[in-house]
Design a protein around this ligand. Structure first.
Ligand code: ARG
Length: 264
């Protein structure tokens, strides 16, 4: 099925501050390489037949390339983001404006802190929601009320996996892949109940942001280095599309972070 993704070219990408353990401002990052890798990701989606829309990057917002954090869009309803850190605060209104400019009129201005699809992942019958580092648990109820979909809270406990989308991705509308070590004991139990057939990832695949992947139900766009996880996905019948994201990973992001899915 054709998907619609919103992306933001890393024109002003840089590692200038550290708001997660992946970021080392003293080491920096190579913007030209990041742009090339991002172009590769965009081409991968287009070659799969998906539609990619672009939002203009804003000077002074080096993390704006991580479009997943800009909103959560389900059934054409746009749940706006409100960032935890001041360095990214201006991205929330910038993404909301893109949606209103493009004709989306069911838009919600967020009350509680939430970082969009970084912490909200949508399946057929529910939305999984992360908390612990960025998104406040109160935002989960706020999203449920606006979207009219059940939202299930999952608690993240490992600072390397500070957004839900660094530790889990939906394989299709019904099943997921995840790294159990990123979750609290209670949340691991919830995941086992909801997804008894889930793909369980090893730490070495999680550590290259292998779970920050994008599946359209048949094809999985995934970090090139996540070898073990790719093998398991192939064994389960998925087509694997490896992409090189090493430069963007220096800011703590992979393919999914660069991708905001527009549903409906
Ligand atoms: N440097 C960004 C931050 O820490 C990376 C965001 C990655 N996005 C994501 N969806 N996990 O906020």
């Amino acid at each position: 099925m054709t998907r619609h993704y919103l992306m933001c070219r890393p024109e002003y990408f840089a590692v200038e501050y550290a708001i997660n353990p992946w970021m080392h401002p003293e080491a920096g990052a190579d913007r030209e390489v990041a742009i090339r890798q991002w172009e590769g990701l965009k081409s991968a989606y287009e070659e799969l037949g998906h539609r990619v829309s672009l939002i203009d990057p804003v000077r002074g917002l080096p993390d704006m390339v991580f479009a997943a954090n800009g909103a959560l869009v389900v059934d054409g309803r746009v749940f706006g983001a409100r960032f935890a850190h001041p360095q990214r605060a201006a991205e929330g209104p910038a993404y909301l404006k893109w949606f209103t400019d493009n004709g989306y009129d069911r838009v919600h201005e967020p009350v509680f802190v939430n970082e969009g699809e970084g912490d909200f992942l949508t399946l057929d019958h529910l939305v999984l929601a992360g908390t612990g580092f960025r998104t406040e648990v109160a935002a989960h109820g706020e999203a449920q009320e606006f979207l009219g979909r059940p939202v299930v809270t999952l608690r993240l406990v490992d600072p390397r996996f500070y957004h839900l989308d660094t530790a889990l991705f939906p394989l299709d509308g019904r099943n997921v892949a995840y790294y159990p070590g990123a979750f609290s004991p209670g949340s691991r139990e919830v995941l086992r109940h909801l997804f008894p057939d889930a793909v369980l990832a090893e730490e070495e695949d999680a550590a290259v942001l292998g779970l920050n992947a994008v599946s359209d139900g048949s094809n999985v766009v995934i970090s090139a280095e996540a070898a073990g996880l790719q093998l398991e996905l192939k064994r389960r019948g998925f087509e694997v599309v490896p992409v090189e994201m090493s430069e963007l990973r220096k800011a703590g992001g992979g393919p999914k972070c660069c991708t905001l899915e527009i549903r409906g």
